[in-house]
Design a protein around this ligand. Structure first.
Ligand code: FEO
Length: 163
C-alpha cells in the first residue's frame, strides 16, 4: 500500500499534469485564433498527452490502495505576443515539469517506494523527449523568424503529427 507522503506527492504531480494540459489547451486556442491550425493541432496533441500523464499517476495511486485527491487547477495564461514566445514558454514549462518529476523520484527513493520508482522511470524518459521536442520547435522558429513562408511550412509540418 502506498504511504501518505508518496500519495500526497503523487496527487500534487497529478495537479501539475492537469495544469500542463490546461495550459496547452489555452495555447491551442491562441493558435486557432491566429489561424495557425498546425500549431493548434500540435498543442492539442500535447494537451491530450498531459491528461494521459495525469491518468497514469491517478491509476497508480488507486492500484496501490491510495486516495486520489484532486485539487483546483490554476487558470492558465490566455495571451502571448508571438509563436516564439509560446514555444519558449512550453520549453520552460517542460523543464519545470522535469524538475518536479525528479523531486518526486527523490521522494520515492527516500520513502523506499520501489513500485513508484519503477513507474516514475517512464516519466523520466518521457521528459527527455518532451524537452527535446520543445527545444527543436524553439530552434526552428528562431531560425526562420524573419520568413513568413517558412513559418507556414513549419506549421504545415506540425499539422501532420500522428498520435
Ligand atoms: Fe507531463 Fe509534458 O510533461
Amino acid at each position: 500500500m502506498i504511504n501518505k507522503i508518496m500519495q500526497d506527492a503523487i496527487n500534487d504531480q497529478i495537479n501539475k499534469e492537469l495544469y500542463s494540459s490546461y495550459l496547452y489547451l489555452s495555447m491551442a486556442a491562441y493558435f486557432e485564433g491566429r489561424n495557425l491550425s498546425g500549431f493548434a493541432h500540435w498543442m492539442r496533441m500535447q494537451e491530450a498527452e498531459e491528461r494521459e500523464h495525469a491518468m497514469k499517476l491517478y491509476d497508480f495511486v488507486l492500484e496501490r490502495g491510495g486516495k486520489v485527491l484532486l485539487k483546483a487547477i490554476d487558470a492558465p495564461k490566455t495571451e502571448w505576443t508571438s509563436t516564439l514566445e509560446v514555444a519558449e514558454e512550453v520549453a520552460a514549462h517542460e523543464a519545470k515539469v522535469t524538475a518536479s518529476i525528479y523531486a518526486l523520484y527523490e521522494t520515492a527513493l527516500k520513502e523506499k517506494d520501489y513500485p513508484a520508482q519503477i513507474m516514475l522511470q517512464w516519466f523520466i524518459s518521457e521528459q527527455v523527449e518532451e524537452e527535446k521536442n520543445a527545444a527543436e520547435i524553439v530552434a526552428n522558429l528562431k531560425l526562420i523568424e524573419k520568413g513568413g513562408t517558412a513559418v507556414f511550412a513549419l506549421d504545415h509540418q506540425l499539422g501532420k503529427r500522428g498520435k
